[in-house]
Design a binder for this molecule. Structure first.
Ligand code: PBG
Length: 329
């Protein structure tokens, strides 16, 4: 037996320089997007209890967060809005002086080069907390579409670079594409939450965004965790409707879905490492049960190894720093 052959993998692990050279997964801070929560009011920067280390910002202080991101090497953010008032239709989502629209204009004015992605959904703006117009206990898919279009167009008009519909209504990508094109925003890409599972991992976010449904749940429009072919079907439909980037969400419990979608599409694939994934790492680290830094790095690398091109994560800044140090990347 040739002993040298048996030792080949081990030889390539002998030094850090050697290991870095033969890494199969390459990471870049350009692939990271940091979600931010913007809230009505003045002078606000308050920590979100369910998500330690993440904050609610008022529009006037949002720039501080963006500057910190830029200092860490992260130039892309995803905006979520918390309006003052909610109503049945989620009016706050699309009005010209809505919270997200104002936040976009403020950032655009001070940070022309930052990429602004916006979440397009009604759940933070509806009094019932559902992602669309509610009739009795069911969300009316088709009545919701024009409202999502108005929301996406208002974001683009305010200066958003990318719109990301997260509602999971059928036909929304086509409707939004058409609406954007008609209003002169044919160059604004759509990052569609193509495979969005009905997940308990969104728990901390719903507290952060005050968007838990008042009745029922989102299983009527979000995906069943037992299914994987359905994810491909959703991805295919969104592609046909004109999506530019496909997203899978959550990430860690759905690495197989990321890999499968990536294998079946020619579009870039984004993964959203959601609030519950972040909160679990934070809580376990606070209890001294795990090493936060190492677990954060390992989780992120696993998502890219599953062939995500883009990662939306609350750990974006720390990950960019880890890449800079060469610990990952
Ligand atoms: C809005 C939306 C949600 C998330 C992103 N966009 C919540 C939901 O669908 O209930 C979750 C993000 C996270 O948990 O970090 N529809």
């Amino acid at each position: 037996m040739n002993d040298g052959l048996l030792k080949r993998p081990r030889r390539l692990r002998s030094t850090p320089a050697m290991r870095r050279m033969v890494r199969e997964t390459r990471l870049s801070a350009d692939s990271l997007i940091w979600p931010l929560f913007v809230k009505e009011g003045q002078g606000i920067k308050t920590e979100i209890p369910s998500m330690p280390g993440q904050f609610h910002y008022s529009v006037d202080r949002l720039g501080e967060a963006v500057q910190t991101a830029l200092d860490a090497g992260v130039g892309r953010v995803l905006l979520f809005g918390l309006p003052q008032d909610k109503d049945e239709q989620g009016t706050g989502a699309w009005v010209d002086d809505g919270i997200v629209q104002r936040a976009i204009r403020e950032l655009r004015a001070h940070f022309p080069d930052v990429m602004i992605v916006t979440d397009v959904c009604l759940c933070e703006y509806t009094s019932h907390g559902h992602c669309g117009v509610l009739h009795g206990e069911t969300v009316d898919n088709d009545e919701t579409l024009p409202l999502l279009v108005r929301t996406a167009v208002s974001h683009a008009r305010a200066g958003a670079d990318v719109v990301a519909p997260s509602d999971m209504m059928d036909g929304r990508v086509a409707a939004i594409r058409q609406g954007l094109d008609q209003q002169g925003f044919s160059t604004t890409p759509i990052m569609s939450y193509a495979a969005k599972y009905a997940s308990a991992f969104y728990g901390p976010f719903r507290e952060a965004a005050d968007s838990a449904p008042a009745c029922g749940d989102r299983r009527g429009y979000q995906m069943d965790m037992h299914n994987h072919k359905e994810a491909l079907q959703e991805a295919l439909l969104d592609t046909q409707e004109g999506a530019d980037i496909l997203m899978v969400k959550p990430a860690l419990a759905y690495l197989d879905i990321i890999k499968e979608v990536a294998a079946h599409t020619l579009l870039p694939v984004a993964a959203y490492s959601v609030s519950g994934e972040y909160a679990m790492i934070k809580a376990a680290a606070a209890a001294k049960l795990i090493d936060e830094y190492q677990v954060m790095c390992e989780s992120a690398v696993s998502i890219f190894r599953a062939e995500a091109d883009i990662l939306i994560t609350y750990h974006a800044l720390e990950l960019a720093q880890a890449m800079q140090k060469g610990d990952i990347g």
